[in-house]
Structures are given as structure tokens and as C-alpha cells.
Design a protein around this ligand. Structure first.
Ligand code: FE
Ligand code: FE
Ligand code: ZN
Length: 302
């Protein structure tokens, strides 16, 4: 089982991410190269990066399973503001270079939102941008994430994902990241995952799946909301998620948790404790922990 979570990057870069992942008992991880909400980025510190590679080897973590996530504000779908569109293209080209320096193989990308233009045109904008970005040879694959369909998000149907891939020239540098919360919210039934995989295979091709974001959802199927819940604490449920994680056809694909931090009380909005160590334990043991929230608080409040 290749499992990890979203971790921070911060001052120590890849090394900091790795140490956080190890503290959760993970054997892979996903990071943003800076804050997810902005595009301010520092140059990669190679001393820390080399130390991270060394520690990964020591701990049996394969750099080929480590995932980078592009910031949310990169939007390749809308080109009404040409400066912003060009900025997004440039940013992603730089992100690919940063990943190459760290030997990271995958960048997850939200396809984008159409905001005020035709969906068809927006899809073609994404295609145009990705063809620009991927025209140089690189060792980094961009993974289009399946989206919930919140607002004007694109990539919330398998047909849209197929359209994007069909029109991208460098098919060797493109893949898909399926997100269980997003799929649920987009209207795909995660408790019938074999049916979903068959459908995915017919429309897109199962070999394009290079990452799974494992999240429960706070909302019912087809809600188009995108609010993640802790594993087993949402509408998808523990058993359905465990089946997905352990699916034999996806056994070599890294599973990444992006579930919410929890607060000092259930109502607390200041969410400060990461759930990942405890969710990973539940998943490895294959057993739901209905007391998880209290266990997390007890562990981190010490
Ligand atoms: Fe994402
Ligand atoms: Fe996700
Ligand atoms: Zn999401």
C-alpha cells in the first residue's frame, strides 16, 4: 500500500515534507512548493533536497511516488485576462523545473474554471496551455484532477477529462488524479467503485490514473460542493474508501489523504491537529475508529 497525505513544504522544502510524512507513518506524500493559495515561490534548496533523498532511501520511500500539487489559483481555462493566463502558463513551466530539480515525477493540477466564458472554449484554453507547457522534454507528468463541479469548474465529468487528454500532444506527460470526494460530489457512486473503474477505463483508460486523492465527503452524491470529510466520517464511508484504497488494479498508485485538520472540540473552527497519523493507522488496520477525533486530540494535546 502506497499511502500518505498532504504535507507542508515550508522552510526546509522537501526535507520538511518528508519528516512530516514520516511522523504520520506514511510511505509517500504530497506537497505544494509554497502556499497553496498563492504563487510566491523560493528557489529549491539543494542541500535540504539531497538530505531528503538520502532519508527517503533510508526509510524506503520511493521518490517516484511523491506528488506535487499546483496552487489552486493557477487557471488555464480562462484567458479573458491575458496577463493572468500567461502567468499561469509560465508558473506551471517553472513548477515543472522545480520538480525536476527535486526528482519529483508528478504535478497534480486542477484543470481550471471557465468563469464567464463558454465551457467548450475554456476546455480548448486548457488544451492550448498544456500543449505549450508540455512541448519541452521533461521527466514530469501533469495529472489532471477530477473535480467536484463547484462553480464553473471543468474536469468534473470523465468526458471532459477525455476531451483534454485526446487533444494533448504529449500523452506521455499527461495523467489523471482521481479524487474520491470530488467524484462523489460530481455524481459518481464511490460505493460502486468497480463500475466506476470500468466506466473510467472505457472513456479515459485506467492506465492514466497515477494518483488517488482519498477523501470522504461532507455532502451527498452530485452536490457539486467539494467539502472534504475525514475518512469514515462522511457520506462515502469507511468501507467504500477502504475498498478503493485496496483495489488491486490501483495497487501501484499512490493514495493521498487531503482530509481536514480537527479542532479542540467538534464545533471548533480553529482546526489545528492533523488527522493523518490516525487515518493511516485505521486504513492499514482495515478497521474504522469511531473515537478517532478524541484520540487525535489526546495525542497532540500532550
Ligand atoms: Fe486538488
Ligand atoms: Fe484532491
Ligand atoms: Zn477538493
Amino acid at each position: 500500500m502506497i499511502i500518505g497525505s498532504h504535507v507542508s513544504f515550508g522552510r526546509d522544502g522537501l526535507l520538511g515534507s518528508l519528516k512530516e510524512a514520516l511522523s504520520y507513518g506514511a510511505n509517500t506524500f504530497m506537497f505544494y512548493t509554497g502556499a497553496p493559495q498563492n504563487t510566491l515561490r523560493k528557489p529549491i534548496d539543494m542541500d535540504n533536497t539531497e538530505e531528503a533523498w538520502r532519508l527517503m532511501k533510508e526509510n524506503g520511500i520511493d521518490i517516484n511516488t511523491v506528488i506535487c500539487h499546483a496552487p489552486y489559483i493557477v487557471n488555464l481555462a480562462n484567458n479573458l485576462d491575458e496577463r493572468k493566463y500567461d502567468f499561469s502558463i509560465n508558473f506551471l513551466a517553472q513548477e515543472i523545473k522545480r520538480c525536476e530539480e527535486m526528482k519529483v515525477k508528478y504535478i497534480v493540477l486542477h484543470p481550471g474554471s471557465s468563469v464567464g466564458i463558454d465551457r467548450d472554449i475554456a476546455l480548448d484554453n486548457i488544451v492550448f496551455a498544456l500543449n505549450q507547457i508540455l512541448k519541452n522534454d521533461s521527466s514530469v507528468t501533469i495529472l489532471l484532477e477530477t473535480m467536484a463541479g463547484k462553480g464553473t469548474e471543468l474536469g468534473c465529468t470523465l468526458e471532459e477529462i477525455k476531451y483534454l487528454i485526446d487533444n494533448i500532444e504529449r500523452k506521455d506527460l499527461i495523467g489523471v488524479c482521481i479524487d474520491t470526494c470530488h467524484l462523489n460530489d460530481a455524481g459518481y457512486n464511490m460505493s460502486k467503485f468497480d463500475d466506476f473503474l470500468n466506466e473510467f477505463n472505457e472513456i479515459v483508460g485506467i492506465n492514466y490514473i497515477k494518483c488517488v486523492h482519498v477523501n470522504d465527503s461532507k455532502n451527498p452524491m452530485s452536490a457539486h460542493k467539494d467539502r472534504h470529510a475525514n475518512i469514515g466520517y462522511g457520506t462515502i464511508g469507511f468501507d467504500a474508501l477502504l475498498k478503493i484504497i485496496n483495489h488491486e488494479l490501483l495497487s501501484n498508485v499512490p493514495k493521498i489523504l487531503e482530509t481536514p485538520y480537527i479542532g479542540d472540540t467538534d464545533e471548533d473552527k480553529a482546526r489545528i491537529y492533523p488527522p493523518y497519523k490516525f487515518e493511516i493507522t485505521m486504513i492499514k488496520e482495515g478497521k474504522f475508529n469511531s473515537n478517532m477525533m478524541n484520540d487525535i486530540r489526546a495525542y497532540y494535546q500532550e
